[in-house]
Design a protein around this ligand. Sequence first.
Ligand code: IPT
Length: 982
Amino acid sequence: MILKIIFAAFSVACIFVQQLAALDTSLGGGSQDIVTWDKHSIMVRGQRVIFFSGEFHPFRLPAPGLWLDVFQKIKAMGFNGVSFYVNWALLEGKEGDFTAEGVFALEPFFEAAKTAGIYLLARPGPYINAEVSGGGFPGWLSRLPTGLRTRNSTYMDATQNYVSNIGGIIAKAQITNGGPVILVQPENEYSSGDPPFPDPVYFRAVEQQYRDAGIVVPFISNDNSPHGFFYDQGPPEWPIYGHDSYPMGFNDDISEWPVDALPTNYGDLHEEMAPNTPYSVIECQGGSWDPWGGYGYNKTAARQGPEYQRVFFKNFYSFGVTIFNIYMGVGGTNWGNMGYPEGYTSYDYGAPITEMRTVERENFSELKLQAMFLQSSPAYATAIPQNNTHANGSYTGNLNIATTAVLGNRTNFFVLRHADYTDTSTAKYHVTLPTSKGNITIPQLGGSLSLVGRDSKLHVTDYDVGGINLLYSTAEIFTWRNFGNHHILVVYGGPGETHELAIQGSGTTRIVEGPQNSVKFDKKQDSTIMQYTASDQRTIVELSNGLYIYLLDRYSAYNYWSIDLPSDTVSGNYTNTTTFLSTPIVKAGYLVRSIKVTDKTINLLGDFNSTTEIEIIGADNDISTLVVNNEPTEFQQDSHGVIKATVNFKGPDISLPVLSEISWKVLDTLPEIQKDYDDSRWMKASLSRSNNTERNLSTPMSLYASDYGFHSGYILYRTNFTSNGGESLHLETQGGSAYGHSVWLNDTFVGSFSGEITAYSWNQTFGLPAKKGQRYTITVLIDQMGYEENGSAGSSDMKTPRGILNYSLSGFKQSDLSWKMTGNLGGESYRDRIRGPLNEGGLFAERQGYHLPGAPISSWKNSNLGPMEGLREPGVAFYATTFKLDMPTGYDIPISLSFANNTDTTSSIRCQVYVNGYQFGKWIHNIGPQDIFPVPEGIWDYHGENYLAVSLWALEKGGGKVEKLDLVAGPVVQSSYPGRSK
Ligand code: IPT
C-alpha cells in the first residue's frame, strides 16, 4: 500500500521532470557546508547535533522582551532547538504591503535565540495551519479566483511578495550569516487533497521561491504522516524527509488511551521511504489545541502528560529519531483575532512551558529527563534502530513486554514497553541483554524488574561514562559528567522499582549518602554490580575509580539540572557535548538557567518559587565565591566537592487594583441602531459577483465580508425598507464555530443567535414589529471567529465566507434591499501598524480607536462597576478604565484577567478585553471553557499607567453583565530574568 503511494507520487513526479529541470539545480542541499546531514543526524560544522526542539510561535507572545526567557527555559529543558512558524496573515494584511516591525519583527527573536544558544528551524509557510485564521492565509486570498496551494500562477504570484520578504529576513539569520537558523521547512503538511494533489511541481516551486530569496541551509519537509511525499525528487540532493505525528488525537477527555495509536512501524517505513536522511519528526504531539466548549488545557496537559511522553516519545527514540520537534513546546495566546474559528483565545496547548511561561507542569520535567539523557549519549546519534516486527517477548521472554533495540558500535539502547501499550498493570520481567561480556540476564542479584502500567524504559549496555564503561543499567540515565579523574553519573527509576547497574572494573565501593543497606553489591563479569530500589531518599555510591553514582527516583531527578551553555568558544556551535559534559550539575528547584565557573567563582542564575536548598555537583574543590542571581551566597563545600547553599524565597508585596472598586467609564458602542446614525461612510455592498470559489452567491450583491476587505472581529450590516406592516425577516449568517449574531429593527431588538459549538452558520426568521408606511433600518451584528484552515491542498476552504449568506424580507424581492457593511476601520488598509491587521474588529469603539490608550474616556458616562454593572437590555457597551501598576522587581508574576459568572443565572454575553489596545481575550460565557486570560508583561506596563477596556455584548432579553472580573497575579516566581518589559 505504502509502496503504491510512493510509486504513484514518483510517476506524477516523472511527468514533471522537464519542468523540474528548469529549476535551480542547487535544490535540496543548498550551497553551504556548515549544516550537513547523513542518514543518522544533522551536523553543524561537522559536529553531530541531536536536534531536540520545541515549537514556539513568537506571534503568539507579542512581548519580544520575553522571548529570551522562553529560549532559556527551552534550553534548560535539555533542548537545543526551536521550530517557529511565521503567520503571513499578520505581515501582509493588505496585498503588496508587507511589514514586519515592532512586535512582528523577527530580528529580536533571532537575537534572543542566539543569546540562549538555540538553533532554529524556520517554518514560514506560506501556509502554516497552526490553528490560526485561514491557516495563516491573509483574508484577501479569499478573492483569488483559484484553488489555494496550487501551481496556478494567480496563487503563486500572490505568495511571491510574502515569500521573498520573509525568505530574505530568514536568510539573513541563517547560520551561514552568523545567525541561529539551520533548517527551513517550506509549506506545511503538503500531504493531502484530492488528486492531482499534493502536487510535486508546486512543492518544488515553493522551495525555489525560498532559494531565490537566499535560503541556503537544508530544507526539511513535514508530511502529515509518513507517506513519503517528495523524498524521491529534486536532484542532486534531497531535502531531509520529515513527518508529523499526533497519535492521541484532539479534544478527548477519556482517560482511556486510544487503541492502535502507537506507531510501531514508523522506523521500518523510514527505512523504506527515506533511508538516507535522518529520521525526523517535525511535529510530535506535545499537548493539543482545545476547541470552544472544550475540556480546557489542564486536561490536555494531563492526557498528553508524562505517561504518554514516556510511552510515545521513547517509541520514537526506538526508531533512532534525531530531529524531534515537540508541538507545542511553549503555549501562547490567540490575541487580536488571530485564531481560527474552532479555537478560543488561549493556545496554551497543554505544552511543557505554559502560556504564562511557567515550567511547573510535570510534562516539562519528564521531557527534561528524556532530552538530557539523549544529549548526554553521543552514541545514540549513530546507533541503528532494529526492525521491531517481533518485539513482543524479545530480550525478556515475556510476551507482555515489547523490546526494541537501537544498536551502536559499542553502546546499545533498548526501549521496553508493554506489548499492549495501554496496559495499566505492572509486568515483572528479567531481561537478557547483549554486552561486551556476553549476554547477561538481569537482574543478577535476585528479584525481578518491573514495568508499571503505561510506562516505557530505556536500558543501556556498554555505555560510556567519560571513559568508564557502564556495562549495563536498567535505571535510566539523567546525565553524567567527567571532571578529570572525578566522574558523576545520575540515574533514576520509577519510585519503588528495583534497578541494577554494572560498572566495569574492579575496585571498592562506598555509600557516601543514604542508608548503608540501600544497595546490594556484588562482583561479576569483571564489574561491580549494584542493585537499588528507587525512592525519594537518594543514595550516593562512590567507586574507587572516582565515579560517584547518584541513585534517585524519578521525582527527585526532576530537581536536577544540567545546562548546555549557549555557545562553544572554539567552534561557535550552540551545543557541544564535550563542554556540556564537563559543566557541574545543579540540584535546585523551579528552574536553573545557567551556571558559569570562572576562576574560583561560580555564577548561578535560576528562578525560585520557594526557599530552596541547592547543590552544585562537580565543582572544583577550591571554589571561593558562590553568586546566585547576582548575590554572593554563603555555601559549604563537602569533602566530595559538593557545594551546598540555601536560596531564600521572599514573597513579594503585590498590590493590584480591585476592578469592582475602581472607577469605570462607559460608552454605548452600538450607536448604529439609533435613528440619526450616519452610515454614509460605510462600504456599500455593491459587488454583483464574487470570486469566492468556495460558495456561490445566493444574494444579488455579495455580502461576504471578505469581498469588502473585512477579515477580523465583529462585522455589521445595515439595510432600510418601508414597511407594509409586520414583515418577517429570514437571515442566514455564517461566522464559524461558536459565533453569534443579533438583529435590531431601528433601536428595537428583534432577536439573536447566541452560538453553538457545532453551528458554523445559522438560519433564523424574525417577526418584525414594523408598522405600515414607516421607514426602518435593520442592523445585524455578527461575531466572526476567523477563517477556516486550508489543510487540503488545492482546496479553497479558507474562503468559507463570513457575514450574511442569504436573506429574505416578506413581501420584498431580495433586490429591493441594498446593504451597507463595515468591519475594522480601513479594512485591509488597517490603521494600527503596531498591533497589526487583525487586532481590531468593526465595533464602533474599535472603529473610533477607543480601545487604544489615550481614548477620550473622560467625556464618557461614569459607570459604577464597569462590566460588572452591565446592561439591562440587549446591546453592546464599552467599558474603560485606567490604573497604575507598580509590580515588584526581581519577580516574574503573570497577571491575568479572570471572568466569573454563575452559569444558571446568566444570559448569553460576549466580552472582548483590550489591554493597552491589544485585544487579549474573547470571553463567551455560554460556550466556554476559558474564563482566565493571561496577558504578558510588556503588554501590561508593570511600572506605569495601563488602559483596560472591555466590550460587553448582551445577546438576550434582559441584557447581561459580568458578575465578577478580577486581576489575578501569579504564580509568583523569584526570577533571575531581567529583560521582561523591553
Ligand atoms: C498539524 C499542523 O501542521 C499544525 O500547524 C497544527 O495545526 C497541528 O496540526 C495541530 O495543532 S496538522 C495534523 C494534525 C494533521
